[in-house]
Each structure stands twice: as C-alpha cells, then as structure tokens.
Design a protein. Structure first.
Length: 359
C-alpha cells in the first residue's frame, strides 16, 4: 500500500512548517504593534532567524515559498501607473549606473574580505556576489570556496539590508514608511479580478521557472499583473491581507536561511562580512546619489534598486516604502540575469588559483 500523505514524517514536516509560519506571524505582528518600518517583513524575518540560530528546524516548503513570491509579484505589478511608465525614459541611464554599481560593490566588498580579514579570493568573491541566493550557493558548492561561510555571508547580507534600509530611508525622508494600509486609498481588486491575476500570474511563473529564468515566480507574476493593470483589464490594488501574507512568508524565507549555522561559523564570518556589507551599501548609496542628480529620480528608489539585496526582499521593501516597486524589482531581476551570465567568468581565475593551492 502506498504510504499515506499523513505519515509520521509528513505530519512532522507539516507541524514544523506551521510552527515556522506561526512564529513568523507573531514576530510580524509584534513589529507592526511597535510601529517598526517594514514591520510585516522585518518582524517575520527576525523571529524566524532567531529560531533558526537557536537550533530549531524552521522552514517553509517550496510551494509556500513560491506562493509568497507570487503574491509579492502580483502586488508589485498592481502598482503600475502612468507616472511609472513616464519614468521609462530614464531607465537606460539608471541601468548603466546599476552595472557600474554592481562592479564597484563587489570589488570593494571582496577586496576588503581578502586584504583585511584574510579570506581566500574564491570565498570572498562568492560572499560578495549580490546575486540570487540559490545560484550563488550552487556555484560555490562546485568550487573551492568555504561553503558554510558563503551561505552565512549571503544570508547576513539580505538580513542586514532589510533591517537597516527602512529606518535609514525613513529618517532620510523625515516621514515614517507606510505599509500596505498606507496604500489602500486606491480601489481593491474584486474577488474575480484577484483570482484572474493569481491564475494568470501563476501560469506564467510556472513557464519561466521551467525555462530557469532567475526569480521566475516573482518576475512572471509582476509582468502579468502590470500588463493587466496597464491595459485596464484589472483595476485597483491586490487585497491587503494577501499582500501582508506575502510579506510575512518572504520574511520567514529570509530568516530560515540561518538554519544549521554553527557558532564557530558565525564567529569566523560575521565580523568581516558585516563590514563588507556596510561598505557595499555605502557604495550603492553613492551611485544612488549620482543617479538622483543625473536622472531626477528619488534617491530612495535608486538606492533600493542598486542595493546588493535579494530581489524579493528589495521589491517588498519598495512596496511598503512606496518607492515604485516595479522599478526596483526590474532592476534587481536585470542584476541577477547579468550576474548569472558574467559571474562564472569573474570567478574562473580565483577558482583555478584555489585548486592550485589545495593540490
């Protein structure tokens, strides 16, 4: 007889996922009650990361993660407005600055780790790549890099940016960031419209994932939602409870990356990685200042677009900070596509050197 879906391992896995979701939701609710910036995302991330570092087996299954990214992409696409379309003429210049920013942040971060903290070049370069977490992990696993250190540094990078950028941008603008509720003045999708966008976005997301397009779920949902809204076939924002659910799940996904991290790895990695992340953040801020002056676009919008964070996390922050998430998300998708193409070339020389030292 085939094993039941409700077998003991299955029940245990389901229980752990429900516990992860519950802790993320409680952390998000507490952060919202305290009035923290990007509360639903930040609170869920901190609560899940704390549980992971305490040794608890936190995590969400792939289906839950994909649904979270689907909801996030739909929310981003629903914000497409004529004002955003009017900014398209500034995008070529912004993308050119993005390319320069990526090169500068990786050079500064990896250079700091090798020269100041003595990391080998392969590990330092993988730790400094602001690419999709999964693709960086796969490349690092097939190299001479110190994989646990790379994974911790990459997780810490996204965690630090999500924790720091909302309050910094809030102080810079002098106004508190608005969450989903702050955007509710617009109309909301009807149930039929919401279901249509969800199904169409999901279909395109499945196609892009099969084609191995980076961030395929987020990109597919974003493009479909933006197209339907721009064409006037769907009106208003995605329902707020679903947006909040996407934020909480995304925060849980980020926090769960700290699962399995040992104290020894933390002690060896955090000091150097933390400073290298702050250096990269500072470099991207300088490029954002230049872009704001040259392109007449908001500094915060450009900084989120150039920041070396994960595409889902940065797009989610843009959404809650009201900084044109479609612009930010598109820039990060382009960054990931570019890094997947040129990253192996940049890493080829250090990988050979690493193999030579180990021989």
């Amino acid at each position: 007889m085939a094993r039941s879906v409700l077998s003991r391992p299955g029940l245990r896995r389901l229980g752990l996922e429900l516990a992860t979701a519950a802790s993320a939701a409680m952390g998000a609710g507490l952060a919202a009650a305290l009035g923290l910036p990007a509360a639903w995302l930040l609170g869920a991330m901190i609560a899940t990361a704390a549980a992971a570092l305490a040794g608890l087996p936190v995590g969400l299954n792939r289906a839950a993660r994909e649904i979270a990214f689907l909801l996030l992409g739909i929310s981003i696409g629903s914000g497409v407005t004529p004002e955003i379309l009017g900014q398209v003429q500034a995008w070529p210049g912004s993308i050119a600055l993005l390319v320069a920013s990526i090169a500068a942040t990786m050079a500064v971060s990896s250079g700091y780790l090798t020269r100041v903290h003595g990391w080998d070049r392969t590990t330092a370069r993988f730790a400094s790549m602001p690419g999709a977490f999964s693709s960086v992990a796969v490349l690092a696993a097939n190299s001479s890099a110190d994989l646990p250190r790379v994974i911790l540094a990459q997780s810490l990078r996204v965690f630090t940016l999500v924790a720091l950028m909302p309050p910094v941008l809030s102080m810079a603008s002098g106004t508190p960031p608005a969450g989903p509720a702050g955007r509710s003045a617009q109309s909301v999708n009807s149930p039929a419209e919401a279901l249509t966008v969800f199904q169409a976005g999901g279909a395109v997301a499945v196609l892009l994932n099969r084609l191995r397009v980076p961030a395929g779920t987020l990109l597919g949902a974003m493009v479909v939602s933006a197209g339907l809204h721009a064409a006037g076939l769907v009106h208003g924002r995605f329902p707020q409870p679903l947006i909040i659910l996407g934020f909480i799940a995304t925060g849980a996904v980020i926090g769960a990356r700290f699962r399995g991290t040992t104290l020894r790895t933390v002690i060896r990695t955090v000091p150097g990685a933390s400073v290298s992340i702050l250096l990269a953040l500072g470099v991207s801020a300088l490029f954002a200042v230049a872009g704001a002056w040259m392109l007449a676009l908001p500094f915060g919008q450009l900084w989120l677009a150039y920041a070396p964070g994960g595409v889902e996390a940065m797009a989610a922050m843009a959404l809650v900070l009201k900084l044109e998430p479609a612009f930010v998300g598109t820039h990060h998708v382009l960054r990931i596509l570019g890094l997947n193409l040129v990253g192996p070339l940049w890493l080829r020389a250090p990988r050979r050197a690493g193999k030579g030292r180990g021989a």
